[in-house]
Design a protein. Structure first.
Length: 191
């Protein structure tokens, strides 16, 4: 039985439910995700739950690692209307060009936004929700989001691009927020 099947073994209801998002510095966020061997109904169910969770958070991207499922699955929707969901299973960046700085945030590190430097234009290969392989070019916010979510699948967070001092401040702030109950309505204060 696969990890995905184990994760959904007890979910026989067709109702899509929200998943719990892990918060930094949870060690599970540092795990490398395994390749999805078979895109089946279990994976499709995970994608649906991840999209529902991402929209409810609200966010524009979510990797399976963030919901404690360590499979190479991520969802993204950078549209203003939240009506263009994209699924990337086993994503791989084929080419990366240029350089761009953009402010990033993360559902696993709520309330924290920092500028990160990444390649400006990428070409990515992946499999969609129906099991069809595809390749696409991305730039701007979509390119940043794809790279950010692939980092999650590789056990990396956007704070890893920051100085050790900034990263440590964010870690301490998040640890305090979690100790205080991790209420999304009471996000950790910026330094």
């Amino acid at each position: 039985m696969s990890l995905l099947e184990l994760a959904f073994e007890h979910s026989s209801e067709p109702v899509v439910s929200l998943l719990d998002i892990l918060y930094y510095p949870d060690a599970q966020l540092r795990r490398n995700a395994a390749v999805v061997e078979n895109v089946d109904g279990t994976v499709a169910s995970l994608v649906d739950q991840m999209l529902e969770t991402m929209y409810a958070a609200p966010g524009i991207g979510l990797a399976a690692t963030q919901v404690n499922v360590h499979q190479r699955v991520m969802v993204i929707d950078v549209s203003e209307e939240n009506d263009t969901p994209q699924t990337f299973i086993n994503p791989e960046i084929l080419t990366a060009e240029g350089e761009e700085e953009m402010q990033e945030g993360c559902l696993s590190i709520p309330g924290v936004y920092e500028t990160v430097k990444r390649p400006a234009l990428i070409r990515v290969a992946a499999i969609d929700r129906e099991g069809n392989p595809f390749e696409m070019d991305a730039d701007g916010l979509l390119a940043v989001c794809i790279q950010h979510e692939i980092d999650h699948l590789n056990g990396k967070l956007f704070v890893d691009y920051l100085s050790p001092l900034k990263r440590n401040r964010i870690r301490k702030r998040m640890e305090k927020w979690i100790r205080d109950g991790a209420n999304p309505d009471d996000l950790p204060e910026r330094p």
